[in-house]
Design a protein around this ligand. Sequence first.
Ligand code: SF4
Length: 625
Amino acid sequence: MLNEYFGKILWIDLSNGSFKEDVLPEEIYRQYLGGYGLAAKLIYDNLPAKADPLGSEAILGFFPGLLTGTVAPLSGRYMIAGKSPLTGTWGDANSGGFFGPEIKKCGYDGILIQGIAATPKYITIIDDEVKILDASEVWGLDAVETEDKLKEKHGKVQVACIGQSSEKLSLISGIVNDKGRIAARSGFGAVMGSKKLKAIVLKGNKKIQLSNKDLLLSHTKDYNNKIAATSGGMVSIFKTYGTTAGNVFSGSSGDTPIKNWAGNLKDDFPTERLNKISAGEIDKFKEKDFGCFSCPVRCGAIMKIPELNIEETHRPEYETCAAFGPLLLNDDLMSIFTLNEICNRAGLDTISAGGTVAFAIECFENGLINKDDTDGLELTWGNSQEIIKLVNMIINREGIGDILADGCKRASEKIGKGSEKYAITSLGQELGMHDSKFMSSLGLSFAFDPTPGRHTTSSIDMVAMGPLARNDLIEGFILPKNFRKMGDERFEAHMLVNSLSQFSNSLGLCMFSSMFLKYPLIELIKAATGWDISIEELIKIGLRIQTLRQAFTIREGVILAENELPGRAIGDPPFESGPHQGKTIDYKSDYQGFCEKIGWNPKNGYPLKETLIDLNLDFVIKDLY
Ligand code: SF4
């Protein structure tokens, strides 16, 4: 009998304006869940190897997680997936808000876009009808203006769209929903721009058919009540300040990269400067809370900033504050608000934008570029007004902004003169704003995850800040005792946390779900789908998804095992002062141990044949061997 929990998959070809629906066997969901797990399977099967990520063959997937659209706590995320034009590897990016659940309400578990439109278009899926419409009215507008205009026209809809950066094919641009929540990483804004697709507009009328609604509601209520009753700890911190709580905590502990990863707090960005961008300072502008669909924590906020004539804007996240703050030695909070706003509107990834500006400043400070190259900009550390002008130039691809709009690695290839040493990326993606010398497992994710450079992909040190450290996150999910010490137990933990990251993402869970309370995961999956699933099966699903992302990347010709991180990120040579003095992280040994555990060849990262067979990934063997 058909399991009515599952919807359909919608394929849209913009080259000829056609679309079709597919129904997948339940077995595929059971193997890949939803989100980027399901996307990995469908895109691996349908995208020719080495296709141009900005070409007609490229596939751009929008996938809600398996639990997205239900009221299961913290499950409202959706993922964008495909081949990253920034890194040439598998790519995915994640966003919250309300767009993901609306995909489900339209009756779809995934929307896959192929082809290139002849002229700018947007897609509407409203009350069961799919249309591809002329976008000339909104092309050229920023993401907030676009959403407003499309809501004016279509009523109460959910919108994911691109801003000017993506129209101009910036490889560090993303896709925006809810006027400032962005699936920012991997460069998918450029993919959407290359397809001349301005927006997807959704209004669904379908009810998700839960296997056991009462059970799902009772587990949800129980969890949400516990969140409401919790005072103190991560729950309170996130409810009050969101991720900006990290501005001072991470900045003062050595977690935040300072001065393009070469500085330290004491010498370069002392506490009095750090305090100017603290969560408390930012909180003064908060108007109300913002939370994603089905989230009892609501870590976001909407702010009003009269000094900048901004009536309504999303509070900047920690990553944005760090990338435009300590990374650039900038303590001008108003400039950080401005940069957050212009990047959100243009659809520019703030991590990559900050990393690229840091690169440009270092080039300027060291004489590799001068005022003739920058159209007169004085690109010195902390020069906030010049930084704003530069980011505007990047958004509009003006002057040197055109060179910088594809991230600092590509810019360094154009500038030359040894500038590559200032480009702090992994395979072209600027590293997330957490220092791998502070949390060494980030070295593993930054270097070797199939979406390199990301701080959100399975760092044991990060996940172990929450209940997982006490083995109290998910019933039956147990980390080895000595996971903090280098050796076999740590490698085992890397593998387990890697799997956790894959299955959580594919279920649509927010990554912060691991920070709060024990989560009734197995129960919620069962209540939603009717599956009698075990934690062992979920762990295996996670490993399957990670192995398929890895295989995709290898099929593209990228051997992640050979990737090297910039010396500044790993302490090579070791820093002479500051919290990381004398420290070099051994991320390569970590990877070898991880490969052995997961069943990949430690020399080149190729999944072993027997691993592929064991994970039901036999179809990959012909591509890798
Ligand atoms: S914790 Fe924050 S980011 Fe995560 S789902 Fe809730 S509101 Fe969204």
